[in-house]
Ligand binder design. Structure first.
Ligand code: FAD
Length: 392
């Protein structure tokens, strides 16, 4: 007895428990009432709507799957459902949230000491402290596993970080930025909690992005940035630990792709039923219906795949290749859905006020971040053939 929602063709929502559906609807209503009215203008001006953080707090959805530290400890499935609901209205806001709750909190949850978790997770859960995650660099994107140029070195009193990071979401205003760097002595990757205001840390907002314009991505400069041993992530021994964080969050990105496709599909469906040409709604024409059916078929396949992905995650059976396959498949299908949505809307498909143009642009960011389509394909390729096609 959920209100009819066009983009859930196989009624997957019915698989949720009553409390889970309640939370889903709470997030949906919040996104419709508080976020939808302001996203197009903020996207256009490349501004982050800071006022929504205060309202977001009431949803109690940060760190949803984590246990302890004030976190809700709900199934990973709910993290996915929430990612879908947020991205269904706006992908930038879902990225802000994913970086904070998934990448930053997740790094601390998986790689932090007990003291570090006690210090950061409760206030991050309440969005009283915001997190960022700095892995990518100007010269190193896909090749981060073996190629990080940012270094750390122990000087006898502190760790000293030097280098640059690029694309780091939330970093212009975050209270804590997880920075991954290669140890000059051991050559292993280590993680650090760099606090806002550290004099060796500068974050400059990246301008003129054509996607996710609400997300405040930064170019970070680290010059002799000193970090005490107590702020080194104590359980991050090598890139393998960074990869554990990425495996967990990649599942959420696949769900974001579902939300992006769903938002575009629902807008397009509504539009085609209202828009008349040649005296009839365009939804009554066969060629338009074909587009709509291709869209809902794509969307339904993405949703069912992601449901199973989250089940694997909840059963502790998730492997890197499972998360990568979902990321590859959902980002390809999402691209197809948003471009068909834009097509059936004619000229209005490129106007911000009709929402779909924003989804078309933002889909391009989902396609590339948290491992591009190629890199995630190589992870799956390695798993199914036994041959690694990466070169390092
Ligand atoms: P490159 O690695 O230079 O790749 C260029 C092309 O070459 C791609 O098509 C790639 O697939 C292909 N390629 C590379 N290697 C191979 C290979 N071996 N075989 C075949 N093809 C290959 N990073 C963070 O750390 N934190 C963030 O918060 C963050 N937010 C982001 C937000 C946005 C909007 C974007 C766009 C990126 C963000 N990123 C972030 C970075 C993101 O993860 C990288 O952009 C991504 O990993 C790809 O790296 P790259 O852009 O340097 O592309």
């Amino acid at each position: 007895d959920l209100p009819p929602i066009d983009g859930d063709f196989y009624n997957l929502d019915l698989k949720l428990s009553e409390e889970q559906r309640e939370l889903q609807l709470k997030v949906r209503n919040f996104m419709e009432d508080e976020v939808r009215p302001l996203v197009n203008e903020h996207w256009n001006r490349a501004k982050f709507p800071f006022e929504i953080i205060e309202k977001f707090k009431k949803l109690n959805i940060a760190g949803v799957p984590y246990e302890g530290y004030g976190c809700p400890n709900l199934p990973f499935l709910m993290e996915g459902i929430i990612a879908q609901e947020i991205a269904r209205v706006d992908v930038s806001i879902s990225t802000f949230f994913g970086v904070h709750s998934g990448l930053a909190m997740g790094s601390i949850y998986l790689c932090g000491s007990e003291e570090q978790k006690q210090e950061w997770l409760p206030k991050m859960q309440k969005l009283e402290a915001i997190g960022a995650f700095g892995l990518t660099e100007p010269n190193v994107g896909s090749g981060v596993a073996g190629g990080l140029e940012t270094t750390c070195k122990w000087d006898g009193e502190n760790w000293v970080l030097n280098g640059q990071k690029k694309w780091i979401g939330n970093a212009t205003f975050a209270d804590v930025i997880v920075i991954w760097a290669r140890d000059e002595d051991s050559n292993q990757v280590k993680g650090f909690l760099v606090r806002k205001g550290n004099p060796g840390f500068k974050a400059e907002k990246m301008r003129d992005k054509m996607a996710l314009r609400i997300v405040q991505n930064a170019l970070i400069d680290l010059t002799d940035c000193k970090v005490p041993e107590s702020d080194r992530l104590q359980k991050a021994e090598s890139f393998r630990d960074t990869a554990k964080v990425l495996k967990m969050t990649r599942a959420g990105v696949a769900w974001q792709a579902v939300g992006c496709a769903r938002g575009a599909y629902e807008s397009a469906l509504k539009y085609t039923k209202k828009r008349e040409q040649f005296g009839r709604p365009i939804a009554s024409y066969q060629l338009i219906q074909n587009h709509l059916v291709e869209m809902i078929a794509n969307l339904t396949s993405m949703q069912t795949l992601c449901f199973r992905l989250s089940e694997l995650q909840d059963q502790g059976l998730l492997k890197d290749e499972h998360a990568s396959l979902a990321k590859v498949y959902c980002s390809m299908r999402m691209r197809d859905v948003v471009s068909r949505a834009r097509e059936v809307m004619g000229g209005n498909g490129i106007l911000l006020e009709y929402d779909v143009a924003r989804f078309v642009a933002d889909a391009e960011a989902i396609y590339s971040y948290e491992g591009t389509k190629e890199i995630n394909s190589l992870i799956v390729g390695r798993a199914i053939t036994g041959y690694s096609a990466f070169v390092n």
